[in-house]
Each structure stands twice: as C-alpha cells, then as structure tokens.
Design a protein around this ligand. Structure first.
Ligand SMILES: *[C@@H]1O[C@H](CO)[C@@H](O)[C@H](O)[C@H]1NC(C)=O
Ligand SMILES: *[C@@H]1O[C@H](CO)[C@@H](O)[C@H](O)[C@H]1NC(C)=O
Ligand SMILES: *[C@@H]1O[C@H](CO)[C@@H](O)[C@H](O)[C@H]1NC(C)=O
Ligand SMILES: *[C@@H]1O[C@H](CO)[C@@H](O)[C@H](O)[C@H]1NC(C)=O
Length: 331
C-alpha cells in the first residue's frame, strides 16, 4: 500500500506543484448597513491572503513586503483608484448587497484564464470573461438587461478586459517572483495524539493531529506496522492563523485492538524522515500501579505463609527497586 502511494506522493510534493493552477483573485463584498456602505475587500494568491482593503481610508493594505510584486507605486495607485472610483460611483445603487470575485488563474500550458463573477443579495447574477458579459443561469431578466447595458459601455468593458487579461497576469507573475522565498518555504509540523468521543461500546476513536505544516500537501495515515489502516478518516486541511495548515486523521477501532497502532506523517519539510507517533494506551499508568499493588500483596501473602513478616520491611526497598527497574525495561 505504502509502496503504491509513494509515487503519488512524489508527484504531489514540491517540484510537482506546476500542475496546480495558481490564481490571483480579489474578493469584494459591499453592503448597505446603518445608512452607509461597507466595503470589505481582500486579495488572494491561491489560498494565501496578500492584500486587504482598508475601509476607513479606502486604500489597499499590503500584508507582506512582497505584496507589491514588481509594480511601480504609480501602477499600484492606479489600480487602487479604480476600486475607489467604482465603489464610490455606485454607492447610490438600489442594491443592498453586492459580492464579486475576479482574477486570473495560471494554468500550466494554457496560460492565464481570467474570470469575474458577480452575485447580488447572495445569488449569482452575472459573469464576465473574454470581453463578454453573460447572465448567470437562473438569474432572470434583470441580469440579462444588466448584461446588455454593460456591453453597450464599450470603453469600460475594454478597460476591465485589459485589467483581467493583462494587468492581472503581469501582477501575478511579479508576485510569484517577489514572494518566492515565502511561498516556497518549508515549515515542519508538530503532531500529537488524543482520543475522541467513543464511537460506540467497546470502541475507541484515535485522533492524530498534525499542525503547523507548510506547504499544504501532506500524507497522514494510521498504521499497524507497515500496513496502512484503510479505516483512517482524513478531515479537511484547515488553515492556521499563521498561514500554516492543520489536519486531523481519525481511526475507529475496537478497544482491544489499539496495541501497535501508530500515526504516520509524510511531509516535504521532514526531509524523507516520516513522523511516527505510537498510540500509548492511556490507562497504562493505572495498570502499572495495579501491577505493583498486586505484586506487593502477593509478596505479603507469601511472607505470611513462610512467616518471614519480620524481614519484610528490610526487603521492601530492594523489592521496589526490582519492580521499577523491570518496568523501566518493559517501557
Ligand atoms: C449608525 O451610524 C451613526 C453615525 O452615522 C452612529 O452614530 C450610530 O451609532 C450607528 N448605529 C449603529 C447601530 O451602529
Ligand atoms: C487604515 O486607514 C486609517 C485611516 O487612514 C489608518 O489610521 C489606519 O492605520 C489604516 N489601517 C491599516 C491597517 O493600515
Ligand atoms: C476570446 O475571444 C476571442 C475573440 O474576441 C477569441 O478569438 C478567443 O478564442 C476567445 N477565447 C475564449 C477562451 O473564449
Ligand atoms: C513584472 O514581472 C512580469 C513577469 O516577470 C513581467 O511580465 C512584467 O513586465 C514585470 N513588470 C511590470 C511592471 O509588470
């Protein structure tokens, strides 16, 4: 199983990331609240947020030193002004909630593909691609009418097309280059085990937490020896606040079958050395105490039997040392 998975992993790990489309996109929401418009905007390079809109000043906040890519200040201010212009001009719309997502995806071999989707009041309304406005399916007559009107405005349509098909790709390439050190960094994960809520009588839910890794591709599996446990359930890979990732993998097992189970993690940051965490039964300390007490009781009974009770206090320290030494070796 592991052998079959290894080539797959090799393909997933860096070096193989050229197959993943890289996208630069802007998410924008404007809504009317308490007699005024609120604009919430953010810029994303793939799954990494690189920009934010400052609501009070109406300017872009660059979240990383490299978030300016290779654009000059003038070109950055021009783009910023476009947002200011557009969203101030349209403040007296009858719309109460507008959302859009626009940007460009870099596909290996196919170059950039750009997109713009607009939703109104939470529903898809229209989209723009390749100089063409199209109403979204089921968006009704209003969207068709809006598309007709927008198409008539040739200057703005062409300007938008230029931004998506020229500015966006140039900016994306510049960003990828400027942010190379950050985007290609390797962050080692930490991992720990816990037990989840019992799935049923006599069953245990083993949980393997893997947190703080970067980049995103990761492989986590519950194993018995070299055998991957097919019952391993992987959760979604969730973002940590610091830009790294978190994942949990669970396994539902009979309580009697936990011995020898381990959680195995493969990640590009680990340099080929898998992280392996063995499930240590949580009751083990209780069992150790029980074993010591039973041994002491047996010794006492034995002593009473051969009437050596008077010797017992002297022998006890040696006996305890013997027991702890044996346990130490066992563990
Ligand atoms: C609404 O805005 C006004 C100022 O424009 C402010 O004084 C008031 O506290 C706001 N109300 C709420 C509920 O935010
Ligand atoms: C947003 O703009 C305001 C007003 O210009 C400024 O005081 C504030 O520092 C800005 N916030 C950030 C995070 O840059
Ligand atoms: C975009 O439109 C141009 C003509 O305006 C056409 O040549 C091209 O094939 C279109 N591309 C896509 C992806 O639709
Ligand atoms: C930024 O980098 C991209 C890709 O390397 C390049 O095409 C572009 O001309 C550069 N400069 C500007 C101002 O876009």
């Amino acid at each position: 199983m592991l052998f079959l998975l290894l080539p797959l992993l090799a393909a997933l790990f860096p070096g193989g990331d050229s197959n993943e489309p890289v996208s630069l996109h802007v998410m924008w929401t404007s809504y009317f609240h308490n007699h005024s418009w609120v604009h919430v905007g953010s810029g994303w390079l793939g799954e990494l947020q690189t920009h934010r809109w400052n609501r009070s000043s109406g300017t872009v906040i660059y979240l990383y030193p490299w978030s300016r890519g290779n654009f000059s200040n003038k070109e950055l201010v021009d783009v910023e002004r476009l947002f200011q212009l557009y969203f101030n001009e349209h403040q007296d719309f009858y719309i109460y909630e507008l959302m859009f997502k626009a940007g460009c995806d870099l596909h290996s071999g196919k170059g950039f593909i750009n997109f713009l989707h607009v939703a109104i009041g939470g529903y898809d309304f229209l989209s723009f691609q390749n100089e063409t406005w199209s109403p979204s399916p089921n968006s009704g007559r209003k969207a068709q009418k809006a598309c007709k009107l927008l198409t008539l405005d040739q200057d703005n349509t062409y300007r938008l097309h230029r931004i998506l098909s020229d500015t966006c790709p140039r900016f994306t390439l510049g960003l990828l280059d400027a942010g190379k050190a950050h985007l290609q960094r390797q962050v080692k994960s930490e991992a720990w085990l816990s037990s989840g809520p019992s799935p049923g009588p006599g069953r245990l839910l083993l949980v393997c937490h893997v947190s703080g890794f970067y980049p995103k591709p990761v492989w986590v599996m519950w194993m018995r020896g070299e055998q991957g446990q097919l019952g391993t359930q992987r959760g979604d890979i969730l973002p940590n606040a610091d830009g790294t990732w978190y994942l949990r993998a669970t396994l539902d097992v009979a309580a009697g079958e936990v011995a020898g189970l381990a959680c195995r993690v493969k990640h590009s940051s680990l340099g080929g050395q898998d992280l392996v965490l063995y499930w240590a039964p949580q009751k083990s300390l209780g069992w150790i105490f029980l074993a010591v007490i039973v041994a002491l009781a047996l010794l006492t009974v034995f002593c009473i039997h051969i009437s050596c009770l008077s010797l017992l206090p002297k022998a006890l320290p040696f006996f305890l040392i013997f027991i702890f030494f044996s346990l130490f070796l066992l563990l």
